[in-house]
Design a protein around this ligand. Structure first.
Ligand code: SF4
Length: 623
């Protein structure tokens, strides 16, 4: 595409701190490419300000702050409301307690440093030619986005400021317009079509905001309600209409840094929007995981074709000479995954891909993932209790979780899963089942212990009574950041509730302790030159040896001969007792049952509801 004429209208898109600095913003990259493809005469600047800030305060410090919501939100919170800094210092330090670098950080100095870097960036940027600026706010970006919008309006009072991103939905967008006079318009939901509408009428044709034709997805000052136009939604009917993301600005910024501060970034790609598990009922009621408030900005599920997705990875990795790719989807496409993985493997490049996947992903697809270059995944494990998984509406069982944990271990795919504790409906039985399962999972990479948080718009938030929550409100930490008026009127992404929080913390403490020791043992057993599974087997053709590594160099070995070996191998996938018996008709059923019982009691197999799973990982990587 030809570069626009220097005299052509300009718009800017800003992603403020604190996203991961090692990746360009997928939102900015896609929006820029989309607007440029529809309005080639419009120049679009995409400012990844978080990258400038990360370089300015140092990558390690930036990264530590960006990992936690409250740390991130307090920094620009203190710039927005300096008179409220005292409360924010306390919040920052209580949240920073577990991090050595942050414990030593002087909050006031940090805020001053961030302010200086922000002001330097603002004054080094030419705002004069701009007609419209869009500022995005996803997780951890709310106070930063509000601060940037305020400062931009102070710089250029006549500049049209548009807020967008997941933090602004129809309710919070209307409240934001009422509370923050610097915001002229809010884009709710998917950005491409509403932003194009603003560009066409406001930027190109010069119409005042109040004069532009009604459009779904745009809230305006003085008209803070969505103005339905009769069209279905403000979103694209198909993702096939999206061009390849344009990350030029991110790479230009990076190339301007000192060589010591340059690095090889990860390329974000988007194969789908929404979540096929979160499908809607006929009545329009949302489904999906009980705690999930992802995808609020989208209606329904859309995916690119495998061909389009592969071609984007091909073009982006060639263009930027990089091999590290992060798939931004909440879950990989359901129907086209196999074609997609074949296509990625067919690129014949040593890609290193990260993706989020469901625990129901079959071994065949995991193998393809490994071939395609997926070295790190986040499997939606969430719990080690089937009782709790039902309450979370994950649609999975513990035995499935263990199976995928085992397969990831066998394939050398790092599974960065979470274990959700403190879910309001969890009880003693869920915790007891979790602890019992933990007796079996030591050989697999441990998940991260995360405390349940109530997300605005999640099913749990929409039906608090179902979980016994007495009252739902903005998380009290927000009250340390925002003045009372904002705290009470602006619906915020992180919510809180009354109803059994203390009990939940006590209930889950044993799981937390056990997880710590699991992680420590796993790490110790994986130290050293030989990366052998903790529980692995070597197959001898008509016998097999299972070897269990323990701390301090102890090992326990077991030999399985003939049909015992065959049954054990058959249960590489979870199998029902009925199916095992049917598969080995020459062996008496009671003999099979007692063998399975014995293997389970030795923790070499896991059983649930008469289904059995072998736990040992093949020493040889599966083909
Ligand atoms: S947690 Fe993942 S699988 Fe569950 S509804 Fe959300 S996006 Fe879908």
């Amino acid at each position: 595409m030809k570069p626009p004429d220097p005299a052509s209208p300009q718009i800017a898109l800003i992603s403020p701190p604190w996203p991961l600095y090692t990746r360009p913003s997928i939102q900015l990259g896609v929006l820029k490419a989309y607007i440029r493809s529809h309005f080639p005469e419009v120049e679009v600047k995409a400012y990844h300000v978080y990258l400038n800030l990360a370089e300015s305060i140092g990558y390690e410090l930036y990264h530590s702050i960006s990992e936690r919501t409250w740390l991130a939100e307090t920094v620009y919170g203190a710039l927005l409301y300096p008179e409220r800094s005292a409360g924010m210092v306390r919040l920052f330090h209580s949240e920073a307690a577990g991090n050595r670098l942050l414990r030593r950080t002087d909050f006031a100095r940090l805020v001053a440093q961030v302010q200086a870097a922000t002001e330097q960036w603002l004054s080094a940027t030419d705002w004069k030619p701009l007609r419209l600026v869009g500022v995005t706010s996803v997780l951890c970006q709310l106070t930063a986005s509000l601060y940037f919008m305020r400062r931009l309006k102070q710089h250029r009072p006549d500049l049209t400021i548009v807020a967008g991103g997941a933090a602004f939905n129809s309710e919070s967008g209307a409240a934001a317009l009422a509370l923050f006079p610097e915001i002229d318009a809010v884009v709710c939901g998917e950005g491409e079509r509403p932003l194009s509408h603003l560009v066409q009428h406001h930027v190109m044709q010069g119409q005042g905001l109040q004069e532009i034709p009604a459009s779904d997805g745009i809230l305006l000052r003085g008209a803070p309600q969505l103005r339905p136009t009769g069209s279905a939604f403000c979103q694209l009917a198909s993702l096939e209409q999206l061009p390849v993301p344009d990350f030029t600005d991110y790479f230009e910024t990076l190339s301007g840094f000192d060589s010591a501060m340059r690095f090889f970034p990860t390329l974000p790609v988007e194969f789908s929007r929404g979540c096929w598990w979160q499908r809607e009922t006929v009545a329009g009621e949302g489904r999906g995981c009980e705690f999930c408030n992802l995808n609020l900005q989208w209606r329904g599920y859309r995916a690119k074709s495998a061909g389009q997705a592969v071609s984007e990875v091909d073009q982006l990795t060639r263009r930027h000479r990089l091999l590290s790719v992060a798939v931004m989807d909440n879950v990989l496409p359901k129907d086209s995954t196999v074609d997609l993985l074949h296509g990625l493997a067919g690129l014949n490049r040593d890609l290193s891909i990260f993706a989020e996947i469901r625990a129901t992903t079959p071994l065949g697809e995991l193998k393809l993932m490994r071939m395609a270059g997926m070295r790190t995944v986040q499997v939606g494990i969430e719990a080690l209790s089937s009782r709790l998984l039902r309450k979370l509406r994950k649609g999975t069982r513990v035995i499935q979780n263990l199976e995928i944990m085992k397969h990831c271990e066998a394939l050398g795919i790092a599974n960065l899963a979470n274990l959700i504790a403190h879910f309001p409906a969890s009880d003693e039985e869920d915790v007891a089942e979790t602890l019992k399962t933990m007796d079996f999972v030591g050989p697999f990479r441990p998940p991260t212990f995360v405390s349940f948080w109530l997300g605005l718009g999640s099913p749990a938030w929409r039906h608090p009574e179902m979980l016994g929550l007495r009252k739902v409100f903005n998380h009290p930490h927000w009250a340390r950041i925002f003045p009372q008026r904002v705290f009470h009127q602006l619906p915020l992404m992180v919510q809180s509730y009354r109803g059994g929080c203390g009990r939940q913390r006590r209930l889950w403490q044993p799981v937390r302790d056990r997880l710590r020791s699991w992680a420590k043992t796993y790490e110790e057993l994986h130290r050293g030159a030989v990366a052998e599974p903790i529980l692995g087997y070597s197959d001898g053709g008509d016998f097999m040896i299972i070897r269990e590594r323990r701390l301090r160099g102890d090992t326990a070995s077991h030999r399985l001969e003939g049909s015992s070996r065959q049954i054990y191998l058959f249960c590489n996938h979870q199998r029902s007792l009925r199916r095992i018996i049917a598969n080995f008709p020459s062996i008496p059923a009671d003999k099979i049952a007692s063998f399975l019982q014995m293997m389970s009691s030795q923790k070499l197999m896991f059983s649930e509801n008469n289904c059995f799973l072998s736990l040992a990982v093949p020493i040889r990587m599966p083909e």
